[in-house]
Design a protein around this ligand. Structure first.
Ligand code: FEO
Length: 169
């Protein structure tokens, strides 16, 4: 059985992950609007991953006998100046999510909830990967600056990303 504090924090994290999915879907649509289909496709995969993270937490709470009371999902931003501004926001958002996961880990530790700690380990590793892949795109966008041929090359590279649902351990 989950302790009240842990249940509240996990439920909040479900909302954060669903919001992340919303945010990245909004970004996908922005990229479509400026004809960068590869960036749009990358964002779709990113959104799918986030919704998957939310469902992973949701399933865990149910599995542990907790009741999930879903909350309102905030409205995501919809306008950006350019692709660089989008990825700067993605990085800031992922860093925020990493901090939330770390706080959850700390809470699970202080509440001596070992099962939740083990469960959250996957999210800790996932955040390392996420920050690395977003950082890679961000660095490339900074190098490209206003070079449109570089942007189109990056667009073609990002189009290759596919969503692979991670196996449940
Ligand atoms: Fe699920 Fe990108 O944090």
């Amino acid at each position: 059985m989950l302790k009240k504090k842990i249940l509240k924090a996990l439920t909040n994290q479900i909302n954060e992950e669903m919001y992340s999915g919303y945010l990245y879907l909004s970004m996908e649509s922005y990229f479509h609007s400026i004809s960068l289909a590869g960036f749009a496709s990358w964002m779709r995969v990113q959104a799918q991953e986030e919704l998957h993270h939310g469902m992973r937490l949701y399933d865990f709470v149910n599995e542990r006998g907790g009741r999930v009371f879903l909350d309102t999902i905030n409205r995501p931003d919809a306008k950006w100046e350019n692709p660089l501004a989008v990825f700067e926001q993605v990085m800031a958002h992922e860093e925020k999510v990493t901090a939330l996961i770390n706080e959850l880990m700390d809470l699970a530790g202080s509440e001596q909830d070992h099962a939740t700690k083990i469960f959250l380990q996957w999210f800790v590793s996932e955040q390392v990967e996420e920050e690395a892949s977003v950082g890679d795109v961000l660095n490339k966008l900074r190098l490209i600056q206003n070079d449109s041929s570089g942007l189109f090359m990056l667009d073609a590279e990002l189009a290759k990303r596919v969503f692979i649902p991670p196996a449940k351990e």
